[in-house]
Design a protein around this ligand. Structure first.
Ligand code: HEM
Length: 435
């Protein structure tokens, strides 16, 4: 008998035969697991869903054990309907196993070629162009909408993020003025929408009950057959920027402070450039604070233990999904003062970094061998878009609403969208129209 066999499972709700705890949990949610951890007084909990086991952890120390100290054991990906089809039959970086030579090769390419400082410097002009085009598109709305006008922030940010990535990856623009990019662009957009929907749909019946997979009860396999990898980098950025703008509209004092910081560095006669970012500590603190409170992937991407093991004195069953609740760690009152408060100032006083630090209390990009490889791009592109929006426009709630009434409900699933997209009122604030 192996050492782990005699250990107890981590605490958690008693499963029903066959279905496990499916009906108890309603929708798959980071909040549900955080409540379980509280209820059982344990930072590690176990839930059975159908035929699958889920181990969910809630402290930086255990996160470090899974993601870094014992990452060889736990950096696998679970087999899933989504991985099989979203990753072309487990072919993408996110769905390949880390033991696979191609995964190692792809990760090496990311680290030594695609996301190096010099290749990012080479593509800076492209990001600058797309950001300027975003400002110009928003401003042209003013021509029809008057000096103060409403915009759908998610659409604007998403199109900019997607165009930057599609130009970087394929040398083509697929988003924005839909008609001008032709049928190929339209087909591409339709496929991405389907993939996003499937990722939001976090429970796939075929994963919990493998014998049902052949029947494709939710139509997942039909929807994903033709999808693309580009999504890994675009939605995460869009999600985080929509939360950042919502927080800033709710906190006008912090919005003014960051506008003043940008004005001092950039002035009002040109647009923000990437080379300005190192001189904008408060803007960077806002980006960190947003990802602390609203990590776009609240569970990271699920890890997996293919063999029986042990963790913190508990048994880990072979085939368990290993989940780090990054959302809960970011709001733990033993780690953060007033954790529910949006307070970017906290990051001006500490040296907590997104990755590479010893601390594991801030994990939006994860850590260890599965850490987000797009991190160097994400931490330039998103602050650039955010700074450009804040610098070029004044931001307020939709007409007739108070700032504090902006809805901050979260969607549930593997991606943490705002449940209700932010519609904001903006007015141009620069001296002249810059391009
Ligand atoms: C705010 C922006 C972003 C956030 C918060 C984010 C977060 C994450 C997280 C949490 C993971 C899973 C790590 C794990 O499993 O432990 C991940 C994986 C990944 N990310 Fe990002 N990401 C962002 C932007 C990007 C960008 C811009 C790209 C590339 C263009 C990218 C490409 C990837 C890829 C390919 C993986 C899979 C890595 C693997 O499984 O080995 N991400 N990201």
């Amino acid at each position: 008998m192996s050492k782990s066999a005699s250990l107890p499972l981590p605490p958690g709700p008693r499963p029903w035969p066959i279905i496990g705890s499916m009906f108890q949990m309603g929708k798959f949610s980071h909040r549900y697991f955080a409540q379980l951890a509280k209820k059982y007084g344990s930072p590690i909990v176990h839930v059975r869903l159908g035929y699958t086991s889920w181990i969910v952890v809630h402290t930086p120390e255990i996160a470090m054990e899974i993601l870094k100290t014992r990452d060889v054991e736990f950096a696998y990906r679970p087999p899933s309907v989504l991985s099989e089809h979203f990753g072309f039959g487990y072919q993408s970086i996110a769905t390949r196993q880390h033991t696979d030579a191609t995964w190692r090769h792809l990760r090496k390419l990311c680290a030594t070629s695609i996301f190096t400082t010099s290749s990012l410097r080479h593509s800076a002009a492209l990001r600058q162009e797309e950001t300027a085009s975003m400002i110009s598109t928003i401003r042209s709305t003013a021509i029809n909408g008057g000096s103060t006008f409403a915009i759908k922030t998610r659409t604007v940010i998403s199109e900019t993020n997607m165009n930057i990535l599609s130009r970087l990856l394929f040398g083509k623009k697929y988003f924005g003025e839909a008609q001008s990019y032709g049928p190929e662009a339209a087909a591409f957009r339709t496929i991405l929408e389907q993939v996003k929907k499937e990722i939001g749909n976090s429970i796939h019946i075929g994963d919990l009950f493998p014998m049902l997979r052949r029947l494709d009860p939710q139509g997942t396999e039909r929807n994903l057959r033709d999808q693309d990898m580009m999504l890994a980098g675009s939605d995460t950025g869009t999600i985080s920027l929509e939360w950042a703008l919502s927080e800033l509209i709710r906190h006008p004092h912090q919005l003014s402070r960051v506008q003043e910081e940008i004005d001092n560095v950039v002035g009002q006669n040109r647009l923000v450039q990437e080379s300005d970012l190192p001189y904008l500590p408060y803007l960077n603190a806002i980006f960190k604070e947003t990802l602390r409170l609203h990590p776009p992937a609240p569970f990271l991407i699920p890890h997996y233990s293919p063999v029986a093991s042990h963790l913190e004195g508990y048994k880990v069953l072979a085939g368990s999904n290993m989940i780090v609740n990054a959302w809960a760690i970011g709001r733990d009152p033993t780690l953060w003062t007033n954790p529910e408060e949006f307070n970017p100032e906290r990051f001006l006083e500490t040296d907590i970094e997104f990755v590479g630090g010893k601390q594991f209390q801030l994990l939006p990009f994860s850590s260890g061998r599965r850490q987000c490889p797009g991190y160097p791009l994400a931490t330039i592109q998103n602050p650039l878009i955010l700074a450009s929006l804040i610098h070029s426009f004044n931001w307020g709630p939709p007409a007739g609403q108070r700032s504090e009434d902006i809805n901050m409900d979260e969607s549930m699933g593997l991606s943490l969208y705002k449940a209700i997209p932010l519609e904001a009122t903006v007015s141009y604030r620069l001296i002249k129209f810059l391009e």
